[in-house]
Design a protein around this ligand. Structure first.
Ligand SMILES: [Fe+2]
Length: 425
């Protein structure tokens, strides 16, 4: 059995960012059209350890303060707001570098310079500062060019494309993988495989690292993503190996409390929660939240991703009783078509299920386990009554959404097709 970490849920964010101006468009971009990028109004979540051993302090706008190693590292992006109109950039520097800026625009000339924030991360690394910048006011379905850092220490120039407008039936491609822990090289191969299929966003089903509190493991994980994570957002969940440790929160960009959240991309509503709960997080809070969240969306597609599977024939972990009790009924009532989990190191797909009984696809939930991004494979798959397919292989999942059809394909790291199936809303 995998060890269960004993992290403690962090407090709801209370530390605001005085580095952020609320929402007026940058005057620098007046000439490049509307809408133009501006700094987001919501505060940046400054992660703290559960026991509050570290008390990170926000930098103020020392835009010209550079340390000995100010070059931005591990630049990566995610969403804390609307994927069609915003982006969040995170990067690392040495602890002394306080300059924390993003330049962004519709072409390589950028046009707007916006402030970020920074805070210290942990105590087990000399490269201890995390920088985060949030950009709002972006046009949907548009490619944006950006760089981060500050004068004298800019990163390379990167680009990303915003999501189409919410509700759009424009086709798009998403990738899903999980459980890379202990094998950053395999994670790189997974990222390369996903890129070959043109994924526009990535979901990660947890257990990126063996021990979530070890910053050096996260360094390995983000270093392994170079060339991929700067341009395609990654949305994660907390696995039992993350243990709700500070780096999970500090280094990822998610909406809300970053532990359970949802977002829309095109006509798909994606939602996630933390099924490796700690003492201060209970099941009812998240279950109630998910029910309300699913009830509130008008999107025809509802996809949930989380760590521990509700249905899995892979032993020893098997199915998670709490997920079945607290989330499966909510998913069924809420009209979820696809549930993607990790934790059990193989690939599995169930038949469509309602109350544990096979039903026509559109009437039930299809459950997939994708936990093949590097952790040692489990060798004890069992075909149970609900098992459509199980494969022991390192792999990743690619979803192609084309309006009223979603095609999911699982590939191994040699590019071989392991499974393909289609869903209708
Ligand atoms: Fe796990």
């Amino acid at each position: 059995m995998e060890p269960v970490e004993t992290g403690v849920a962090p407090p709801v964010p209370t530390v605001g960012s005085e580095a952020h101006e609320s929402g007026t468009p940058s005057p620098d971009l007046a000439a490049v059209g509307s809408p133009a990028p501006f700094a987001c109004a919501e505060p940046i979540y400054v992660a703290q350890t559960g026991a509050s051993v570290d008390v990170p302090v926000l930098a103020d706008q020392h835009v010209d303060t550079l340390g000995a190693a100010p070059a931005p590292k591990q630049v990566h992006i995610g969403w804390t707001g609307d994927p069609s109109a915003s982006m969040t950039m995170i990067w690392r520097t040495d602890a002394e570098t306080l300059s924390s800026l993003v330049q962004i625009g519709p072409d390589a000339a950028f046009g707007a310079t916006l402030p970020g924030s920074s805070f210290l991360l942990g105590t087990d690394t000399a490269d201890g500062r995390v920088h985060e910048a949030r950009v709002c006011g972006l046009a949907p379905g548009t490619t944006w060019h950006y760089r981060v850092g500050g004068e004298g220490a800019w990163s390379e120039a990167y680009s990303f494309t915003t999501a189409p407008p919410p509700g759009s039936t424009e086709p798009f491609v998403f990738g899903v993988a999980g459980d890379s822990r202990g094998s950053p090289g395999t994670w790189t191969a997974v990222l390369a495989g996903m890129a070959s299929h043109g994924v526009e966003l990535r979901l990660f089903t947890g257990d990126a690292v063996v021990q979530g509190s070890r910053v050096y493991e996260w360094d390995d994980w983000y270093d392994a993503g170079a060339g991929y994570i700067e341009s395609v957002p990654t949305m994660m969940v907390n696995g039992n190996h993350e243990g709700l440790a500070q780096p999970y929160f500090a280094l990822s960009a998610h909406p809300g409390n970053e532990e359970w959240y949802s977002f829309d991309y095109g006509n798909v509503h994606f939602a996630t929660w933390n099924d490796s709960v700690a003492s201060t997080t209970d099941w009812t809070t998240q279950s109630s939240w998910l029910a309300a969240d699913l009830a509130a969306t008008a999107q025809p597609w509802k996809v949930v991703f989380h760590h521990k599977p509700a249905y899995s024939g892979c032993r020893p972990n098997g199915e998670d009783a709490n997920v079945r009790t607290w989330f499966v009924p909510v998913e069924e009532v809420g009209g979820v078509q696809l549930d993607v989990a990790g934790h059990n190191h193989n690939y599995e797909r169930s038949v469509p299920l309602l109350g544990g009984v096979e039903v026509p696809q559109a009437e039930g939930v299809t459950y997939v386990v994708t936990a093949g991004a590097g952790a040692p494979l489990y060798e004890n798959n069992q075909a149970l009554s609900y098992t459509a397919l199980s494969v022991e292989a390192h792999h990743y999942l690619v979803g192609v959404v084309e309006g009223g059809q979603m095609t999911l394909s699982a590939y191994d790291l040699a590019g071989n097709l392991l499974d393909v199936f289609t869903l209708a809303p």
